[in-house]
Design a protein around this ligand. Structure first.
Ligand code: B12
Length: 450
């Protein structure tokens, strides 16, 4: 029997299971065909850490191995919940079935994967968007959005072959939601409420990162800079702690803030380019001009020590093979340093999903294929096999290992050496990897809630 809520149910929230201990997302390997490769181990559930920081009564289990998960189930839980992406839905359904077999009466689902239409078939409660307050209510109190506290979040990057520690990012989410409505993106439907994460809790996390030796902070907001005053305080804070920082945003916001953010430590802008074809940009409602992208490349290219990565997609409805190749050539000519190349993928509840399904049909329902590297709908001009070939050749062309590791990093090293002298050797070649080797990112560090 599920206990009445007021008596504090035992709640366990998990990520999808890992297949083997060093299971990783081959994020760089998927986008650069060459060595050295960099692995992005599946170790930390960012959403789960946010929930635990704000609702300490829950227990979290991050990316367990299957046997660890079963062992945990045996401890007896009133509720077991899962945090997952679309490409993990089938695996999580299997985990939910195992939980039921162990007598769990209530299954929860959250994270972007929970938007999938099949999820209510195996979950009793589906949470969309930030859920700190919803989960706190189960324990009889509230966590308003303005009081959500930021937890400690690390993300390791390791060189392969082997597992050589290279970087340990400190992660930051400074706001949730996005005012734009790009047709491919789930954020407008996932995070209907937009809000900022409170600054005191961010400051506390930054002080912690500094203390443990983190050199680089990665901001994974959908769109850093959309709240100008908030971004002003935050960029100032990052400068005060002397972090080098990486952030996602759109071309217009980078252009507007470039000089200031650069002076305050921004070195790795991650830019939503999407395509250099204006018709295609308009077709996904990106509200971005190709001229802005060109201008941004020029301006960022003049900043010493800046490494620019763009998010690029192929497979637009109105582009055939030849037009796609022209687009790829235009992206190369824009002159950015690295490119994440994806295939335009409809995700549930997005305008793109409805439109492509209605006009052409979404034929591939295999969840694992929703990793933005597969064509899952009937493209009018390009077959799935052609698209795969196009993806591989685009990646090989845009991210030539010699350019990425050779030209790009050699320029970075030269620029850094020029600006910091021998301090560069300490900070980049020694301090970063030493901190990466010493920090135990899996250790759950939480601040007391005040
Ligand atoms: C960080 C990130 C990643 C990281 C994930 C690392 C990790 N260990 O989690 C990396 C870089 C590895 C990654 C990879 C991918 N990503 Co990604 N990623 C993001 C990003 C930028 C932020 C997500 C995040 O961490 N948010 C912050 C946390 C705090 O929020 P949250 O997870 O949503 O959790 C909150 C709520 O959702 C809720 N909640 C979450 N889980 C649960 C569970 C329960 C039970 C409850 C009650 C509540 C709850 O409460 C939490 C606290 O408020 C988003 C875009 C964005 N800005 O949102 C894209 C995004 C989620 N990614 C996306 C995609 C497509 C991918 C990839 C498939 C693409 C690729 N090949 O690169 C892969 C798939 C990875 C995988 N399955 O392993 C898409 C959609 C994914 C989808 N629908 O499945 C997004 C939305 C980007 C976009 N706009 O298109 N990603």
């Amino acid at each position: 029997m599920v206990k009445p809520r007021s008596t504090n149910p035992r709640v366990l929230l998990c990520n999808c299971f890992r297949r083997y201990p060093s299971d990783y997302l081959d994020y760089i390997g998927e986008n650069v065909y060459g060595t050295p490769r960099v692995s992005n181990p599946r170790r930390i559930g960012f959403g789960l850490r946010f929930l635990k920081q704000n609702v300490p009564e829950i227990e979290i289990l991050e990316y367990p191995l299957w046997h660890q998960y079963i062992c945990k189930l045996k401890q007896g839980w009133d509720v077991v919940g899962f945090s997952f992406f679309q490409n993990e839905v089938a695996d999580v359904e299997r985990m939910a079935a195992a939980a039921r077999e162990h007598g769990v009466k209530e299954i929860w689902a959250g994270g972007h994967g929970a938007l999938d239409g099949h999820v209510p078939a195996f979950a009793d409660r589906v949470f969309i968007g930030a859920a700190e307050d919803d989960v706190a209510r189960v324990f009889g109190y509230r966590v308003p959005d303005s009081e959500i506290q930021h937890p400690v979040l690390h993300m390791p990057m390791r060189f392969m072959p082997g597992r050589i520690p290279h970087f340990m990012y400190g992660l930051l989410y400074t706001e949730r939601g996005c005012p734009f409505k790009c047709s491919f993106c789930q954020t407008p439907v996932f995070e209907c409420k937009r809000f900022k994460i409170n600054l005191e809790s961010i400051d506390r996390v930054l002080a912690y990162y500094k203390k443990v030796g983190v050199t680089d902070v990665l901001l994974l907001d959908e769109l850093f800079g959309i709240y100008p005053k908030h971004a002003e305080v935050l960029s100032d804070m990052l400068a005060r702690y002397r972090f080098r920082w990486w952030t996602q945003s759109r071309a217009s916001l980078f252009l507007h803030n470039l000089d200031k953010w650069y002076d305050r430590g921004l070195r790795f802008p991650l830019i939503g380019l999407e395509t250099m074809n204006q018709k295609a940009l308009d077709s996904i409602d990106k509200k971005q001009k190709v001229d802005e992208i060109i201008e941004l490349s020029r301006k960022t290219g003049e900043k010493p020590g800046m490494y620019r990565m763009v998010y690029y997609m192929i497979g637009y409805e109105n582009m055939n093979l030849a037009e796609t190749l022209e687009d790829v050539a235009a992206v190369k000519a824009a002159g950015f340093d690295a490119h994440q190349v994806n295939i335009l993928t409809p995700f549930p509840k997005t305008p793109l999903w409805d439109e492509l399904n209605r006009k052409y049909g979404i034929f591939d329902k295999t969840y694992r294929h929703y990793d933005v590297k597969h064509l899952v709908w009937n493209h009018p001009y390009i077959s799935p096999a052609q698209m795969k070939y196009l993806l591989h050749s685009t990646i090989a062309y845009l991210n030539r290992p010699m350019d990425i590791y050779g030209k790009g990093f050699v320029r970075l090293i030269k620029d850094r050496f020029k600006s910091s002298g021998l301090n560069f050797v300490w900070r980049d070649l020694l301090k970063g990897p030493i901190a990466a080797a010493l920090i135990n990112d899996r250790k759950q560090v939480f601040f007391p809630r005040n």
